[in-house]
Design a binder for this molecule. Structure first.
Ligand code: ADP
Ligand code: MG
Ligand code: MG
Length: 210
């Protein structure tokens, strides 16, 4: 089974609303171990994307939408997360080009996005970054697919995995990005980028099921 053809468009528009709704929560997380702008950065970037998508209402192709998302986030999100999410979405766009949105395709999208972030930021699992949420999402999605999950179920598993990955960052000591300046004092706090990844992948699952 595949998800609706305009899924990526609805996913990205949903992200704009979610980032506006969670702006303060993400700013607050970033205030503790960073510079307090993560919610602001993402709300600005995804709102700009929503505007561009409205201007090109006929663009529903997954790869086209994700490419527009990548270039928009790269140019409008200040801070580390802009190029990271931009690279993720650009890789994802390439991975899904001209393909049916079935379970395998969604796995490839997630793997490509995760690899893009790792390539760009040189972080690995356990360094208290968004990589922890992406890696956990990919693993959960792969496990679900192996046990016969359909596309929507793969996305739900990815969202749950991302959430678990974000939870796991609380106990970690940051060694990449701004929060690494805090060293041991970063322990006990959730990473804002891992939390925004959990929100983005939750939106991906929600827009695939309704
Ligand atoms: P900035 O730190 O420049 O203000 P943001 O606040 O928008 O940028 O984003 C911070 C988030 O970016 C962090 O919570 C972390 O998840 C992510 N991040 C920072 N550096 C890296 C990196 N090298 N690799 C992966 N993710 C990173
Ligand atoms: Mg910040
Ligand atoms: Mg900043």
């Amino acid at each position: 089974m595949t998800v609706p053809g305009d899924w990526a468009r609805r996913w990205m528009i949903q992200c704009a609303q979610v980032m506006r709704d969670h702006r303060e929560e993400l700013n607050s997380l970033d205030r503790v171990i960073g510079d307090g702008d993560h919610g602001e950065n993402l709300a600005r970037g995804f709102s700009a994307l929503e505007q561009r998508l409205e201007e090109s209402a006929s663009d529903t192709d997954t790869s086209t939408v994700l490419t527009l998302a990548a270039t928009t986030l790269m140019s409008t999100v200040g801070g580390a997360s802009g190029p990271l999410y931009g690279t993720a979405l650009l890789r994802a766009a390439k991975a899904v080009r001209s393909r049916q949105l079935d379970g395998d395709c969604v796995i490839d999208l997630l793997v490509a996005a995760c690899e893009g972030i790792e390539m760009r930021g040189h972080a690995v699992t356990g360094e208290k970054t968004m990589v922890d949420a992406w890696e956990s999402a990919v693993k959960a999605a792969q496990v679900a697919a192996l046990s016969g999950a359909d596309t929507q179920q793969v996305l739900v598993a990815a969202a749950q995995g991302a959430c678990a990955g974000a939870d796991a960052t609380v106990a970690m000591r940051a060694s990449k990005g701004r929060s690494s300046y805090l060293g041991e004092r970063s322990v006990g706090h959730r990473d804002p980028g891992a939390q925004s990844t959990a929100l983005i992948l939750k939106a991906a699952a929600q827009t695939a099921t309704n």
